[in-house]
Design a protein around this ligand. Sequence first.
Ligand SMILES: *Cc1c(COP(=O)(O)O)cnc(C)c1O
Length: 435
Amino acid sequence: MEERSRVAPWAPPRAQRRLVELESETDGLGLNEIVRLVDAVLAEHRGRLDEDGVVLYAGTNTMSERARAAHEVSLGSRPSMGWPGDKFQTGLDELDMLEVLAPLQVAALMGGEFAEVRLQSATLANLACYTAFARPGDTIAVLPEAAGGHASHHAQGAAGIRGLRVVDLPYDADLFGIDHDALPGFLHEHRPALVVIGASLMLFPHDVARVRAACDEVGAVLVYDASHMAGLIAGGRFQRPLEEGAHLVTMSTYKSFGGPPGAAVVTRDEELARRVSAAAYPGLTANYDASRLAPLAVTAAEHAANGPAYADACVANAKALAAALAAQGFAVAAPHLGWTVSHHVAVDAAAFGGGDRAARLLAEGGVYLSGIGLPDQAPGEAMRGLRIGTQEVTRRGFTPDSMLEVAALMRGLLIDGRDPAKVLQEAVALRRSTQ
Ligand SMILES: *Cc1c(COP(=O)(O)O)cnc(C)c1O
C-alpha cells in the first residue's frame, strides 16, 4: 500500500503523492533549516508567478507599488473591535482614520453609501449577507455551478453552513444569462429570502433591473456578487449593480479590483448596512486584519483617480485574446455573442481532456489559469471550460498585441503538442518583455 500523507490522509490520490513527497523533505528540520526553507519558497514564488509567469488565472492580481508600500503587516496583529471613539482596545487612534477612509473610498467607488470592509474574504461577505437576511431553513436562489455560481452560494459552502435551502436560478445556457421569462414564476414558487447573482465566470452583464423587479414581487433581497467584476465596476464599466437595482454588492478586493486580500459588502441602504455590519462584527470577525485597510484605501483611490483606463484595457485584452484564440483554432465560448464584454474569456477544453487537464499542461509551459464549468455542460460532467482573466497581465503591461503571443503559446501547448520546456522559455521571455 502507498504511503499516506500525515497532513491530510483523507486527501485525493493526486494530492497524497505530492503531500507525502513534501512531508519527507521536512522531516527533522531545525529552526535555521526551516527559516532557509521558507526563504527559498518565497523567492521561488516571486520568480515563478510574479516575475516570470503569464498569469491568466481570473481570481488573482498584483497590487500596485503604492498599495504594496501601504501594507504594514504588523497592523494585522492589532485587534481593533468596535467603532472609532468606542473601541474595546486603546492606543489605536491612528488606525481610526483607516477605518473611516477605506469604507468611504470603497462605497463611493462602487456606487454605494456604506461599505463593510472587515470581512477577510468574499466567502465571509456572502455569509454575512446570509446571516443578516436569511434564517436557517430559508431558501436562497443562486446561479447554477455550471454557470459560475460560487461554492459560497451553494449548499457545500457558506449557504449550507447557514442552513439555507439552495435552489438554482433558471438559466439560459445559450445566452450565458438568467432566463428572465422563467424567473418571476420561479421566484413565486420558491419564495427565496435572498437572490444571489454574479458569478465566477461572467462574460456578459446581468439585467439587474429585471432581476430586481422579479425580486420585489416576492420581497427577496438581491445580492450581486462582484468578486470578479469589482475592478471593472470600479472603473465605471461592465455594469453598475447598485445603480441598476441590487440591494447589496459583495466583492473580493484582490481579484480584478487588484487590492489586498479581503472583501467588502456595499449598499446604499442604511438599514441593510446596519444588519451586515452586525453580522460582520461581532458576528463573523473579531480581529479582522486591519493591515488590509491601508492598501485597500490606496487601491480604491487609484481606481477613482484613474477612471476607466484599467477596466477598458482589461476588456480590450480579453477581446483581443478571444479573437486570437479563435483564430488559432480554439473553441472560444459564446462566439455568437462576441465572446466577451468583460475581462474574462472561456474556452471549451473538451478536445484537451477538460479544463483541469488543459490548465495543468499550460502551467508546464508557464501559462497559469484554471478550469471552469461551462453552462451547457452535462450535469456531473467534469469542468469542460478553461477560464482566462486578463486583469493581472493588463497591470503588467500586456497589450492586445501581446495577446497574439499568448494565444500562440497556448496553441503550442494544447494543439501542436510542443515541448512545454521550450514554450516555458518563450512565456518567460514574453513576460519579461513587458516590464
Ligand atoms: C472568488 C469568489 C468568491 C470567494 O472569494 P474569497 O475571497 O476567495 O472567499 C465568492 N464569490 C465569487 C463569485 C467568487 O468568484
